[in-house]
Design a protein around this ligand. Structure first.
Ligand code: FES
Length: 415
């Protein structure tokens, strides 16, 4: 069993008619992995198997139908007793999907639009087939419930993201008596300080924060900027005078053949599963990629009772039909494994900053788009500050330093 320690109280959930035991409140994806299931659904068009990669809601590899609603990111949804989960995009089921033939028949490309062209008599049949091949799930069982009106808020200073940079910033703002509000989309603060594998991290601070509050957009009304925040399924329109973004980055999927197989996971996803949820997703874990992070992750894996192999190696290809069963690493060594954990810095999450007017540039050395800011974190928009990994790869100590510098600048301006 992938659980590192036994769970005292469990609830029952249903996956394609099978009963699974889960811990209430843990992410659904985590509960499925803890039940030794790696295949979550099938991809559009080629119907290749899919399983979680990032565990942060950024890759769409863990989408499932949950209680009749399609395309739910199961890594972001907490388990509730009696939940009904269905794998989607498969005929008859995701483990033996017959539509996978598409991946073998159309080796080079497949255009489902042309699939229908010039066949007027058979078009309605072909349309149905094309939808099965190319669509994502089927419509919900019932109409969405009526939403309550949005709550309007106004704040002088808003901080988004409670990882290393955000926590250091709000600690300094608190010390200097600067009023602020902190939003964090996870149900807890800490970010990689409490779920990563990095050595020598600063200790997390249990800052007062509005956790489980996800910023989903940034807009303006009559020139006044506001954030759209979803908190407990309610929309809040949060107007602000100044904004500090410390939202980190998205796990990057390295390029190698079969990199989309279930079992290929971001190193931080594996460390999150181990540290935060007590789940080791496989017995033999190839900890590949950036050496320092790979070493630290390997220690976590071993501490959880697993075997770590290929530490810091460069992947040539992943092997497996439905999920990973081996990896070939440079120069040319094939090793059996269940999980390939790809270690390395994330790609900066620049989207909100870009919407707020920051400049974003391509950095050829990190091979990422990064948010441009001065040494205090101020961007091209004087009311917008950024800190941490959204400015490029860095340790959590360096991110905390940037958070501190941004807080000092904001506190100075507040006087
Ligand atoms: S979106 Fe859920 S694992 Fe990436």
């Amino acid at each position: 069993m992938p659980r590192i320690s036994p769970v005292e109280t469990t609830v029952t959930i249903e996956l394609d008619g099978d009963q699974l035991q889960a811990r209430e409140g843990e992410p659904v994806a985590c509960a499925i992995l803890a039940n030794d299931q790696l295949i979550f659904s099938r991809s559009a068009k080629y119907h290749r198997p899919r399983g979680p990669f990032c565990m942060t809601g950024a890759c769409a590899h863990c989408l499932m139908r949950v209680d009749g609603i399609p395309n739910v990111a199961t890594c972001r949804v907490p388990v509730k007793a009696g939940m009904r989960l269905e794998r989607q995009n498969a005929l008859p089921d995701a483990r033996i999907d017959l539509l996978r033939a598409n991946d073998f028949v159309f080796r080079d490309w497949f255009n489902h639009h042309e699939f229908m062209a010039g066949w007027p008599i058979a078009e309605h049949v072909l349309l149905k087939i094309a939808r099965q091949l190319s669509g994502l799930g089927v419509l919900p069982e019932k109409a969405a419930e009526h939403r309550q009106p949005a709550i309007i808020e106004e704040h002088e200073l808003v901080v988004v993201g409670a990882g290393a940079a955000g926590l250091a910033a709000v600690r300094q703002l608190t010390t200097r008596g600067v009023p602020h509000v902190l939003f964090e989309r996870d149900p807890h603060v800490g970010g990689r300080l409490t779920s990563g594998a990095e050595k020598g991290q600063p200790a997390p601070w249990n800052a007062p924060a509005r956790v489980g509050a996800e910023v989903v957009g940034l807009f303006a009304d009559d020139g006044k900027p506001f954030l759209a925040v979803v908190e407990q399924e309610r929309l809040h329109l949060v107007f602000y005078q100044r904004l500090l973004l410390t939202v980190g980055g998205h796990a990057m999927l390295p390029t190698f053949p079969n990199n989309d197989l279930p079992g290929v996971m971001a190193g931080r996803a594996v460390s999150t599963l181990i540290r935060r949820h007590g789940v080791l997703p496989g017995k033999r874990v190839a900890c590949v990629g950036e050496l320092d992070e790979a070493r630290s992750l390997a220690e976590l894996v071993k501490g959880a009772g697993g075997e770590a192999i290929a530490i810091g190696a460069e992947v040539v290809r992943a092997h497996g039909l439905r999920s990973v069963n081996a990896v070939t690493v440079k120069p040319n060594e094939k090793l059996g494994c269940d999980i390939i954990a790809t270690c390395g810095p994330p790609s900066p999450a620049f989207e909100l900053a870009r919407c707020a007017g920051a400049e974003v540039v391509w950095n050829p050395s990190s091979r990422c788009f990064e948010v441009v800011a001065d040494n205090r974190g101020q961007t091209a928009n004087p009311a917008l500050f950024v800190a941490g990994e959204m400015r490029g790869p860095m340790s959590s100590s360096a991110a905390a330093e940037q958070g501190l510098a941004a807080a000092d600048a904001l506190a100075g301006a507040a006087r």
